[in-house]
Design a protein around this ligand. Structure first.
Ligand SMILES: Cc1ncc(COP(=O)(O)O)c(C=O)c1O
Length: 360
């Protein structure tokens, strides 16, 4: 994955502990060696059976002369040497950003519902999460509530677009409102854009970092795992490093759109309410019609898994604020077509007319 703009120029102090540490001697020597074009002149290594070949330097000797994909797609110039960081998946980038940028007590505004790993990492950094709830059913940003949530104690706004769990792609007016607040209150934006290439239905992904005044205060996270469809591998490279081939992502959006349309049609026909979305590979559904008396989304998801053979994620688990909605579940549709069809068949059997699990 990539994290660029790794040192935002916001004036509020970044993590004091990490900032107080000197640059390690390894970093100093690697840079020096890289600049001088030398290899490490240490004692010859002891021979080891099947040892990997020695690394020539921590970074490639020269950047790829072609503009990096993210510059091409978003028009944001990036200094590969000082503004990119290769991490083990976006997961490590998120951890690095929360731990490196926040101090205990800093407030982080996050949109509810959210990818759950933000919560543990931000809390591990000692931060205080200030949730702002996206409005249902279209998950639009409540601009007045957002403005009220951002203030002098706000250190960071966490933005995930395209969004997990909903697939929402934040609109330009929403991004402009967020940027305006970041600049007004001297706030860092942490932009999780791991699904940046998985957009469809006429939607366009716009990086918050590309808006005026945001490049110096935004950290942008991408994920090769998501972009190149090998999620869970947690492997990636910074721009100019690995030559990952750009055409592939452009085919992903359209192929996912076909899957989404198929699943949306089938779920709607069964009686699910499907929330709108134009990105990622998630789909939130309203399950009110299927809930048994006293049952919530967790109960429904468990029942559907055990009795119906289809696993969904209860959306209440993605909320950090009090009293989350309990009538929504998330489907994930980045599956091979036969698997999707088999899942739909099981849903029909279990929830369709005459099915055992239907509360209709
Ligand atoms: C919104 C979001 N951010 C980050 C990640 C983690 O990405 P990676 O697999 O590159 O660690 C995920 C994975 O599901 C995700 O949904």
């Amino acid at each position: 994955m990539e994290a660029d703009g790794a040192t935002p120029s916001a004036r509020k102090p970044l993590n004091e502990l990490f900032c107080s540490l000197p640059t390690t001697i390894f970093e100093v020597m690697s840079k020096l060696g890289g600049a001088a074009g030398t290899k490490r002149a240490a004692a010859p290594p002891r021979p080891r059976p099947r040892a990997p070949p020695p690394m020539s330097s921590a970074r490639p000797a020269a950047p790829d002369p072609a503009p990096p994909p993210h510059t091409r797609a978003q028009g944001i110039p990036v200094d590969w040497a000082s503004e990119t960081l290769v991490t083990v998946g976006a997961t490590e980038g998120l951890a690095a950003a929360f731990l490196g940028l926040l101090n205990p007590g800093d407030e982080v505004v996050m949109f509810d519902p959210m990818y759950d790993s933000y919560v543990s990492m931000a809390r591990r950094a000692g931060a205080v999460i200030v949730p702002v709830r996206l409005a249902l059913p279209d998950l639009s940003v409540p601009l007045e509530e957002l403005a009220a949530a951002v203030g002098p104690h706000t250190k960071m706004i966490m933005l995930n677009s395209p969004h997990n769990p909903s697939g929402k792609v934040f609109s330009l007016p929403e991004l402009e409102a967020i940027a305006e607040l970041c600049i007004r209150h001297d706030v860092i934006a942490l932009c999780d854009e791991v699904y940046e290439h998985l957009v469809f239905g006429g939607a366009k992904h716009i990086s918050l970092r590309s808006l005026p005044g945001m490049a110096e205060r935004a950290v942008r996270l991408g994920s090769a795992g998501k972009t190149f469809s090998f999620t869970a591998w947690k492997v990636s490279g910074a721009r100019g490093g690995l030559h990952l081939h750009p055409p592939l992502p452009s085919t992903l959006g359209p192929s996912l759109e076909v899957k989404r349309r198929y699943l949306e049609g089938e779920l709607t026909a069964l009686g699910f309410g499907v929330l709108p979305a134009h990105g990622a590979y998630f789909l939130i559904t309203d399950i009110s019609k299927f809930l048994l008396p006293g049952e919530d989304d967790v109960g429904f998801a468990k029942r559907l898994t055990v009795e119906g053979g289809v696993t969904t994620i209860p959306v209440s688990g993605f909320y950090v604020g009090a009293a989350p909605p309990t009538h929504l579940v998330r489907f994930c549709y980045c599956k091979e077509d036969p698997k999707l069809q088999a899942a739909v068949e099981r849903l029909r059997t279990y929830l369709g007319p005459g099915g055992k699990g239907s509360a209709q």
